[in-house]
Design a protein. Structure first.
Length: 353
């Protein structure tokens, strides 16, 4: 396809992604700026609309999300870790139970290949698992659908569970918008440095998904040292999510509707297994510590950091505590995934020998 033919299709895809992002945000969908563009462009691709993935924008926007992840770390958060020793101590066991149950489902029932099953099953972020899974040779489409389904199901279930089972009503303000006017020149320089220098830094350390982990590490260090306090401007984070959601959705060009529906169904079943593990570990944590079950359930729920923090705020729960668990979970999954991946791969190889 000639370059002159590609640009209008990429522009049309981004236009659909932006419109669907606004619509998803308006109706209150979780992770709206990612899931909205993904769903909209998936439908466009299935309907054979003239869309094309703006794939060359992806290496530009992924570091922005890495900087955003790193910005969740601060001294206040770190100083409170000691209060929740039991939560953190049980986290690896929760991840092992939830991850293995989900992996076995994807491997045995859904019959995904080893790589795709593993990165679909790990309760990390959509972006990092998709990037790491794709780099390892997995099917990014299936991985993206698995994690998108998980986020939707978890956020919906948690909201209903709090309202009906625990009788906790949603109250509280929405997440504040961080505008460009909130930043000084040095803030922007530090954040830009983390994004730009983080990519070669990640490659130098040979990190998996280094284009995201490198900026995340540098951003976390800058925020912990107090050199910058704000996350990246909201408009840049939104733009990054729109681009990635559009890229993911456009990957379904030519994919039958039945195949997409099948993979989403698998995601729903996997999420149910993870939520069952969440309920069990929340009850265990509440019985061995002073943490309330409402807090523990929200902390262990395998949703995204942003979604869980927003739910904690809306439900009147302790946001700092609920924010610690997803950060710990994501760190364990990101840095532990390569080791677990190799271990499970060796077991798969031995079983097949």
């Amino acid at each position: 396809m000639m370059r002159g033919e590609r640009l209008p299709k990429m522009g049309y895809a981004l236009l659909i992604g932006t419109a669907c992002g606004f619509l998803a945000n308006w109706i209150g969908m979780p992770l709206p700026w990612m899931l909205g563009p993904m769903i909209g462009n998936t439908l466009a691709a299935v309907l054979r609309a003239p869309v094309l993935a703006p794939i060359k924008l992806r290496p530009i926007v992924v570091p922005v999300l890495g900087v955003m992840l790193g910005s969740s770390l601060n001294m206040e958060l770190i100083s409170q870790v000691g209060r929740w020793t039991a939560t953190i101590a049980l986290m690896p066991f929760f991840l092992a139970v939830a991850g293995v149950a989900s992996y076995l489902f994807y491997r045995r029932v859904a019959q995904f290949d080893h790589v795709t099953a593993f990165f679909s099953a790990m309760p990390g972020g959509l972006n990092d698992m998709m990037i790491m899974g794709g780099a390892a040779g997995g099917d990014e489409q299936k991985i993206a659908l698995a994690h998108s389904s998980r986020i939707l199901v978890v956020v919906l279930f948690v909201g209903l569970f709090y309202g009906f089972a625990l009788d906790v009503q949603a109250t509280g303000p929405a997440r504040p918008f961080v505008g460009m006017s909130s930043f000084g020149m040095m803030d922007l320089i530090w954040l830009a440095a983390a994004a730009i220098l983080g990519v070669p830094f990640g490659k130098f350390l040979r990190l998996p998904a280094g284009q995201m982990l490198g900026p995340m590490i540098l951003s976390g260090a800058l925020h912990l040292m107090g050199l910058v306090e704000l996350p990246p401007p909201t408009v840049l984070v939104i733009a990054a999510q729109i681009v990635l959601g559009t890229v993911i959705g456009c990957r379904f060009v030519g994919t039958p509707v039945a195949q997409i529906g099948r993979n989403v169904g698998f995601g729903l079943a996997s999420s149910a297994l993870m939520l069952a593990a969440t309920l069990g570990f929340a009850g265990l944590l509440a019985s061995v510590s002073e943490v309330q079950q409402t807090q523990a359930f929200l902390a262990y729920s395998p949703g995204g950091l942003t979604e869980m923090s927003l739910l904690a705020l809306a439900m009147g729960q302790e946001v700092a505590y609920v924010s610690v668990a997803p950060v710990v979970r994501i760190m364990i999954v990101i840095f532990g995934a390569p080791l677990a991946f190799r271990a499970i791969g060796a077991l798969e190889k031995d079983a097949g020998a």
